[in-house]
Write a protein that binds this ligand. Structure first.
Ligand code: ADP
Length: 423
């Protein structure tokens, strides 16, 4: 069956967030890692929606554009009728892009003459009013995003940002138009188009606004925004009889040992590690030993093997901020991160080889390292564990139940709760 909706996300955890929303709204959803090739054609055959996870947010603009276009070609060749370009709900971009240039290239390739710009994500406090993006009660430009190391956001005016980044005209559909309903909003889009705007920044304060916006965009070939805009899109396919009513989604039915790998040093993850230490065998990897070339992976495996299948085990590198700072001062921040991620990737492969089939990974970068070490190319999105984190199942042999958690997500008993869902 051809897919209905195709999405291109500019980072990995953002892709999962979008995929999770589409799944919750009733679409069978697969997340593909990197520009897809023929090896994932069969696994996605059952999907209503495919989300391609790129790493294009801060990549060189020409590479971001080329990868987005390659993803677009693949999605259209597999039937996608509507394309979502997903970026962060804080509009993370550099001075020249990459949101504007990628959106322009997608518009050109699709022959589209109108697309919304709507990063709103009310559940996380991201709202848009009079074209200005707010983070909680602050303008984006007053929020901590103003000091982001890679994408400092010093302007909250989405019209101005889009105007600087793109070659096309930009207009506004204010909240008053959204609140008059999807018919009136579609007219506001048309008025913008007639006035020469290709992009329409749309105000949104609540999920209900996002559903109205989704309905008003049913005929748009391209939609740009955060994961929130996915709330209203599946209903359009249901209205046209191409998508079945939303049903419950089963957790992955995968048997094998339970393992948790944690590389995030965030407060939430450290609380989750403390919870695990009271319930399961846990083992910490020592950054100095990794740096010294000690057989850390071998030793961790000899430790874990007797437990595999009998009890969940946790292997972690996470430390408190003082220890992390000390490790970083000894080896440099990037090298410290990289060597730990490499060790985690090797351990993940060895654990799978020794029978692990249900794996939770804590940390965005750590998840990326594990997924690439395992050679995973596609994930089927399952039920949500906690907001923003679904269970997924790898679409390759052997099937693995994977939960990839961004560091700060989840309550203290997240690991136990996640595994309980598979019982
Ligand atoms: P988060 O989602 O919380 O940002 P990430 O996995 O993205 O988590 O980032 C954590 C980074 O910290 C990774 O690069 C990881 O390898 C690194 N790291 C993990 N443990 C330590 C440690 N003890 N000292 C220094 N760096 C560490």
């Amino acid at each position: 069956m051809p897919i209905l909706l195709g999405a291109i996300a500019d980072d990995f955890t953002g892709a999962t967030d979008l995929a999770n929303t589409l799944r919750k709204e009733g679409m069978t959803t697969v997340q593909v890692i990197g520009v897809p090739d023929d090896s994932v054609a069969e696994p996605v055959a059952e999907a209503d929606a495919v989300v391609v996870a790129l790493k294009s947010r801060t990549a060189a603009t020409d590479i971001a554009v080329a990868e987005s276009l390659a993803a677009l070609d693949w999605l259209r060749a597999h039937g996608a009728e509507q394309i979502v370009f997903k970026y962060c709900s804080t509009f993370d971009s550099t001075a020249n892009g990459n949101i504007g240039p990628v959106a322009d290239a997608l518009m050109d390739a699709l022959g589209a003459d109108i697309a919304i710009v709507c990063p709103a994500f009310p559940e996380n406090g991201r709202t848009i009013y009079q074209g200005h993006l707010f983070v909680g009660s602050q303008l984006l430009s007053d929020s901590p995003m103003k000091d982001h190391p890679l994408t400092p956001m010093r302007d909250a005016n989405l019209l101005r940002l889009m105007d600087q980044q793109s070659a096309r005209g930009v207009g506004l559909a204010p909240l008053s138009a959204v609140r008059r309903g999807d018919g009136a909003l579609a007219e506001a889009f048309e008025a913008n188009r007639s006035a020469g705007a290709s992009y329409v920044v749309v105000d949104a304060l609540e999920d209900a606004d996002l559903r109205t916006i989704g309905a008003a965009c049913s005929e748009h070939r391209l939609i740009t925004g955060g994961s929130g805009i996915a709330l209203g899109l599946p209903q359009n396919f249901r209205n046209s009889g191409r998508l079945a009513a939303a049903g419950a989604v089963a957790a992955p039915a995968v048997d094998g040992a339970d393992v948790v790998l944690a590389g995030s040093c965030s407060e939430a993850t450290r609380a989750q590690i403390a919870w695990a230490a009271e319930n399961w065998p846990t083992r910490k990897l020592d950054a100095d030993q990794i740096a010294a070339g000690s057989p850390v992976v071998e030793e961790a495996m000899s430790w874990a093997d007797p437990y595999l299948g009998a009890t969940p085990v946790l292997i972690y590198s996470s430390s408190d901020p003082d220890e992390v700072a000390a490790v970083q001062s000894r080896y440099g921040r990037d090298r410290a991160g990289e060597m730990i991620e490499t060790a985690m990737g090797e351990i993940a492969c060895r654990l799978i080889a020794n029978g692990a089939r249900r794996m939770i990974v804590a940390g965005g970068e750590t998840s990326g390292a594990v997924v690439s070490a395992l050679g995973v190319k596609a994930l089927k999105i399952g039920p949500e564990i906690e907001p923003g984190v679904p269970w997924t199942e790898t679409l390759s042999e052997p099937p693995i139940a994977l939960a990839l958690k961004s560091g700060n997500f989840g309550g203290p008993n997240f690991f136990g709760k996640a595994l309980e869902m598979l019982r």
